[in-house]
Design a protein. Structure first.
Length: 418
């Protein structure tokens, strides 16, 4: 692989967002150098729940969301954990997060989410076509399983928003749920099922396959840690890495939860938090799921994947440098039995990684104000796998300064500061 130091558009971060952006740019004939300190397709992009939904149009902060937070925090096995010493640092982000939960704002965010998600299944299928790995994406329902039937409110805001955007959603009883997913616990008495979705059978592999496509089209990969990016007087960018100093006419910052660290020395502040999530994966689970299943009480998502049955979830705020928390893994292990009593736990593998989370659930996309040639492509929160293909197209439009027939303003980097 060429390691030339010639100026090339440089993408920092080869998670699914960086890879899809690299692929979109190289297809347009742009010379691209993609840099990562890890192997491509790792990071959060490896360990997620694999849900790909055109109907993912509901942000994390919705009206009344705050009411759940104290209860979740008090429960040892709750879906949310904030390291006590991290509370003060998290407060501004949390405050901004809660302010997004007003119905008017939720509708604006929902429309913007739709911009990135509406064709995500078709876009993935197009990207994977001809690679031999088309089967990495499978049609699926999203089964939201409830123990308490009274909690399954099909008219709640989240389902209403999805329906408004065209989703087909049905409420089914326990018997119908058993037919759809025989492995689920009898404790689940009802479910709300969203149709017309897909799921990835191996999220990390999707990244690897699309990365290979990128290099086959002439893209360059540099395995290096980027330590600093800075503009120089000639209008170009200098990229300092563990493998030397490179020049770039333009940079796309797609470094996931680490993106803010590279922006901070430039004086650019973005409300981006590292929201750690976990998964446990059972290679010989002895049970299978036919769809993505969310346990609506425990807030974790289970899905049968190529390497086994994966249960992913939990939101932990403890900062970027905090080590993984074994208690969260133990919690997911106990969820496994509560979701599927017959699951075999032997040989379990656990993983954790950080979501790049913004207060409004939307990514930061586009040129960073006052820094010509520096483009943001990070902050995809809980939705980066599904939003990545469209993000690649949007960032390409922006970088090539193309006239577009869509409103990209909800993704502006400075939307919280202006
Ligand atoms: C438990 C869990 C479940 C999830 N479920 C889903 C789901 O079902 N569907 C969905 O759409 N999304 C889901 N997500 C969210 C999704 O995984 C993320 O939004 C997405 O992976 C973010 O992709 P990314 O490319 O921005 O970041 P990452 O995948 O984290 O990639 C960032 C890359 O940048 C590199 N990097 C950072 N700094 C530097 C540097 N200085 N130098 C060199 N390289 C650097 C890192 O090594 C990394 O490879 C989930 C996340 C988690 C944690």
């Amino acid at each position: 692989m060429s390691r030339s130091k010639d100026p090339k558009t440089t993408i920092v971060g080869a998670g699914i967002v960086g890879i899809c952006t690299a692929l979109a740019l190289v297809k347009e004939g742009v010379e691209v150098r993609l840099i990562d300190r890890d192997e491509p397709g790792q990071g959060a992009s490896y360990g997620n729940a694999g849900v790909i939904s055109p109907w993912s149009v509901v942000p994390q902060s919705v009206p009344g969301a705050w009411r759940n937070i104290p209860g979740w925090l008090l429960k040892e096995d709750g879906p949310l954990f904030i390291r006590p010493s991290y509370f003060p640092r998290l407060f501004p982000w949390t405050w901004t997060f809660l302010k997004q939960g007003k119905i008017r704002r939720v509708r604006e965010v929902s429309d913007a989410m739709e911009t990135l998600n509406q064709n995500n299944i078709a876009l993935y299928r197009k990207l994977l076509a001809g690679t031999g790995f088309e089967g990495l994406i499978k049609d699926s329902y999203y089964v939201h399983a409830f123990r308490n039937p009274d909690a399954a409110d099909i008219d709640a805001i989240d389902y209403a928003l999805k329906r408004e955007k065209g989703a087909t959603i049905e409420r089914i009883d326990g018997a119908e749920l058993r037919q759809l997913e025989p492995a689920l616990s009898l404790d689940f008495k009802t479910a709300i099922v969203t149709k017309g979705q897909a799921r990835s059978l191996e999220p990390g592999k999707i990244g690897q396959v699309l990365f290979q496509k990128f290099t086959a089209l002439g893209g360059e990969f540099l395995h290096a840690d980027v330590t600093q990016i800075k503009p120089d007087e000639s209008g170009e960018w200098t990229v300092e890495t563990s493998e030397g100093v490179y020049k770039a006419p333009k940079i796309v910052l797609a470094a996931g939860a680490w993106s803010g660290m590279l922006l901070a020395p430039l004086g650019v502040k973005v409300p981006l938090e590292a929201e750690r999530g976990y998964h446990v994966e059972f290679p010989d689970a002895g049970v299978r799921l036919n769809n993505s299943v969310m346990d609506m009480d425990l807030k974790c998502v289970a899905s049968s994947m190529n390497a086994g049955l994966r249960i992913a979830g939990t939101a932990e705020f403890a900062g970027l440098d905090a080590p993984p928390n074994q208690k969260r893994i133990d919690m997911l292990m106990s969820c496994a039995k509560r979701i599927m009593p017959d699951i075999k736990l032997e040989g379990v593998k656990s993983w954790s990684g950080v979501r790049p989370s913004s207060p409004d659930s939307l990514p930061f996309l586009g040129e960073v104000p006052s820094y010509k040639g520096l483009f943001a492509a990070f902050g995809h929160s809980h939705y980066g796998l599904m939003m990545a293909p469209k993000t690649g197209e949007v960032v390409t439009d922006m970088l090539l300064n193309r006239p577009v027939n869509a409103d990209y303003s909800p993704f502006q980097v400075n939307r919280f500061t202006t």
